[in-house]
Ligand binder design. Structure first.
Ligand SMILES: C[S@@+](CC[C@H](N)C(=O)[O-])C[C@H]1O[C@@H](n2cnc3c(N)ncnc32)[C@H](O)[C@@H]1O
Length: 385
């Protein structure tokens, strides 16, 4: 029997990835999702918290929504937070951390809001548990608040370290992509890896530590991104350990064996990056699904008739590096020149790229944030056969 969907969860993500995240959540069987900037909100059961944390590829974190209420002054904030049933979720020994932000609101000082929220929770605990002080000697519970136009949303973080931290990455070079952003780039491309679809090769000719190709291989083999890591909600008394075990066992059983996946190739001219990429791929168990080669993009050859290139070239953040970019773009243009069956998906803040890639206007340019950097995701779909 399935559990009642009597809690509200908020999955957060980078701006512009909301629609991709929404699709992922729908694919896991959730309906009636409401989407806002950087988040998707939906009704769920308690037992869904492990499922979502283990399986979502694009999300940053999964929050349990405690309340949304007007908070134009500190009294309103304090009283409402104190009235919430925190003891249903936190242990008496909980170490309470409060993080958040306030935008276009009267309660502008984030620091004062943090201490006010914590004070309200401590007061409630003192009354409920009949204690004089909180030892805070146990697991950390992070309370997340956001105040926008004097309306506060308060939630409990079920994730812990962000969901981008899959746990496989040890070696990285300069500017590695966040793992959940790399997964989003693959999901936004027209790469066909799904069961029943014609499989096509995927190539990242400037793969660095391999994040894009590793996330692609995980998708192709249906390896859940959170299968190897721990989550904050594992210390919540409300969720039994067996629910986590069941969710992990289900994810393990769903993995497609190696050898059935399409061709995935990663190249980089720097041999240290290829060593990193191979180590990372091995840690997540996809080393047999990807071929890595030390290769300059000038030597890139796309032999098949169909496929996709997904890549994020160096960003050229200073003048010296900027000069190195046009030859990379020209090499990519040359390799893809007579290859209409290949799609290109490229993430860079550098708009000059379009001058060098001669396939005409991109089908789509999405603004995507790579951490604090505003980048463009240029999409050139393959022409149909
Ligand atoms: C922004 S990084 C890619 C980061 C990667 N997506 C990751 O997550 O680790 C760009 C990569 O392009 C590589 N690169 C620069 N010039 C190249 C060239 N001519 N041929 C191949 N790779 C090159 C660099 O060594 C660097 O690893």
């Amino acid at each position: 029997m399935s559990s009642p969907r009597n809690i509200t969860l908020i999955a957060t993500c980078a701006f512009s990835l909301e629609a991709t995240l929404k699709r992922e959540i729908q694919d896991l069987g959730f309906t009636n999702l409401s989407v806002a900037d950087g988040k998707v909100e939906f009704a769920a059961a308690l037992t869904d918290i492990p499922l979502l944390n283990i399986n979502l590829r694009v999300a940053d974190r999964v929050l349990l929504k405690m309340a949304e209420f007007p908070a134009a002054d500190f009294d309103q904030l304090f009283d409402k937070v104190k009235s919430l049933p925190w003891e249903d979720w936190l242990t008496q020994e909980a170490k309470i951390t409060v993080v958040g932000r306030s935008v276009k609101s009267k309660l502008i000082s984030v620091r004062t809001c943090q201490s006010m929220i914590k004070k309200a929770m401590v007061e409630r605990f003192k009354e409920k548990f009949r204690i004089d002080w909180l030892p805070e000697s146990g697991a950390e519970f992070t309370i997340n608040f956001s105040i926008f136009k004097d309306v506060a949303q308060v939630s409990l973080d079920s994730t812990g370290p962000g969901l981008n931290k899959r746990g496989y990455r040890v070696g990285v070079g300069e500017a590695p992509l966040r793992e959940n952003l790399a997964a989003a780039l693959v999901l936004l491309s027209d790469w066909k890896w799904r069961r029943g679809a014609v499989s096509a090769p995927l190539v990242d000719p400037m793969c660095g530590s391999g994040t894009i190709v590793i996330e692609a291989a995980m998708l192709a083999r249906n390896i859940a991104p959170g299968i190897h890591r721990e989550f904050a909600a594992q210390s919540w008394p409300a969720i039994e350990a067996k629910i986590w075990e069941e969710a992990r066992a289900k994810a393990r059983a769903a993995i497609v064996p190696s050898g059935n996946s399409p061709t995935i190739r990663g190249m980089d001219k720097d041999s240290r990056r290829i060593t990193d990429a191979m180590t990372n791929a091995k840690r997540v168990g996809v080393d047999r699904d990807i071929s890595f080669v030390v290769q300059d993009i000038k030597d890139l050859h796309l032999n098949e008739d169909h496929g996709v290139v997904i890549t994020n070239p160096p960003y050229g953040m200073n003048i010296g590096e900027l000069r190195e970019l046009p030859p990379l773009y020209e090499a990519l243009n040359k390799a893809m020149e007579n290859k209409p069956g290949w799609g290109l998906y490229l993430l860079t803040p550098d708009k000059s790229f379009m001058r060098y890639f001669k396939r005409g206007r991109p089908d789509k340019i999405r603004k995507i944030y790579n951490g604090p950097i505003e980048a463009n995701f240029f999409s050139y779909a393959a022409s149909s056969r």
